[in-house]
Design a protein around this ligand. Sequence first.
Ligand SMILES: [Zn+2]
Ligand SMILES: [Zn+2]
Length: 275
Amino acid sequence: MGVLSAVLAACAHLSAEPTPEARELLIAHRRKGVDPGTKWSVAAHKADVARRTPWPLLCIAAAIPVVSIAVLWRKSAELGEPLWLILAVCLATYWVDLMSGMLHLALDNPANLTSPAIKGLCLGFQQHHVNPAMIYKMDMSDHLRPMVTALISSQVLGVLIHGYDCVGLCVLLLLLTLLLPWMQLCHRWAHLPASQRSQLVSALQRVGLALSPAHHHAHHEAPYLHMFCILTGHANPLLNRIIQIPGFSPHSGIWAPAFICAKIALIISFPLAVQ
Ligand SMILES: [Zn+2]
Ligand SMILES: [Zn+2]
């Protein structure tokens, strides 16, 4: 009976008329090359990831936590109170979740499909709406590898602002070394069918250490206008409210610059706060 109701519900969903917003989005996608009928090739995606993040970048990214631990080993006495450090790490984790939503907002915007700087990323995110299963069909390494660029850009900016041997920056870089791949895993696990999820992953999702599949699936309903955060999702209630404010709507052009400002703010403030 349960299976029958699920099938009937799915049929009702498939036959439902798309909302005017969903229809408009579909037309915008077709005009700009996102074809809902296209199933991405996993092999083509692998080649694209390898081209964008070659081995030298992977080696540089791998060196970042090693150098950070070495600096912390020498200068750990410069860190502040342990309780304050834990609080700062929790706040930074929430902030990274919020930033994941800001970037997602920019990359889901059909208007950005023609932006030379981010059109490739936009295409990837908007194709993900069309073909959400690919996220768990691709190799794990191809899913994690793009985070290398985000880590290196944070390190370069941090060193320019604080110098290479700043202990607070080293804590932040270690935190990002954990959070960026964790974010990718959380998004992947949110799409993985329940039958393929391990008990550990389901438990992490239940206690809020990983993104809730139910919350993320709410994002995956056309026209994809809420629930954008993909780390733990704890920042979703705040971001869902912000996007109701005039000028901050999901398809506003503000989200790419807002994400850049949020990233700079984190890199400036976190190292100053923890030492
Ligand atoms: Zn999306
Ligand atoms: Zn998704």
